[in-house]
Design a protein around this ligand. Structure first.
Ligand SMILES: [Zn+2]
Ligand SMILES: [Zn+2]
Length: 272
């Protein structure tokens, strides 16, 4: 899936998924982010959520339609208060729709797509999201039947198909690594966007865990739990510049994983 945007730990995170017309977090509102009508917000840290009012106000100014913000249920009142305070400063009511959503609940994106949050493990209330796509397949008893006969059955009103869902995109936001063990969908999703804040011995695994983040050592130990689809690493600490990220990952990540790995820090998600 095409993904682009920005994600540097503690500074800014906003990832665009244009095919789904949504944003993953909104800590900075770029010119192109304004075109996406919906944001999935993982937690309240300002580098992940600080630009929501700017996004909604700019979309209203440009008459781009409704702006929807899906947030952890626990922080919805503060998000509304944040919009209200920003609106008071700006001298207007900022039009927006805030949707509180908790794990176990779902929100329809249309086109057979549904978003569902999953629990994550950070320093403040937080959650990740998976976008599920509904697909249809023939019931087993009709799989050998030829197409003209299937057409006739359909016209008679016989139910010949069943629907099922596949996880298209999962986004962890900021979290400790146990998110991988807890949620099987992260092992099956077509595109997994997962944070990897710390990449080498400059920060220890225990310090990374203390801060509520993932260390590359922990991901490498869990390679078998990572999706067989594509893995997009993001949210690198600002101590690693773009060259350092590439160098460390090419040295440390085994070829088997490198083949399906992309990185997103600034701009489009790209291979190593
Ligand atoms: Zn962060
Ligand atoms: Zn955070």
């Amino acid at each position: 899936m095409d993904l682009a945007g920005f994600s540097v730990a503690g500074i800014e995170t906003c990832i665009e998924a244009p095919a789904l017309r949504l944003l993953l977090d909104l800590g900075r509102c770029s010119k192109s982010a304004v075109n996406q009508p919906l944001a999935l917000l993982s937690h309240g840290h300002l580098d992940h959520m600080g630009a929501i009012a700017q996004h909604a106000a700019r979309r209203a100014l440009l008459h781009l339609g409704e702006s929807v913000y899906i947030v952890p249920r626990a922080v919805a009142p503060q998000v509304e208060a944040f919009f209200n305070a920003a609106g008071a400063l700006d001298g207007q009511t900022i039009p927006r729709r805030v949707v509180p959503l908790a794990p176990g609940e779902s929100f329809s994106l249309g086109k057979g797509r549904t978003v569902r949050p999953f629990e994550t493990f950070h320093r403040v209330p937080s959650q990740g999201y998976t976008v599920w796509q509904e697909r249809r397949r023939l019931l087993p008893e009709f799989r050998q039947v030829d197409s003209s006969e299937l057409g006739a059955l359909r016209r008679k009103g016989v139910v010949i198909e069943q629907s099922f869902e596949v996880p298209l995109l999962s986004f962890t936001g900021d979290t400790r690594v146990e998110v991988l063990e807890r949620h099987a969908e992260l092992q099956q999703t077509e595109t997994l966007v997962i944070e990897a804040s710390f990449l080498d011995g400059r920060v220890s695994v225990s310090d990374a865990r203390e801060m509520g983040h993932i260390h590359l050592d922990e991901l490498l130990e869990r390679e078998s739990l990572l999706t067989r689809g594509e893995v997009v690493l993001t949210h690198f600490s600002a101590r690693y510049d773009a060259d350092a990220v590439r160098r460390v990952l090419s040295e440390r990540v085994p070829d088997s994983l490198q083949a399906r790995l992309r990185l997103l820090a600034h701009g489009a998600a790209r291979g190593l």
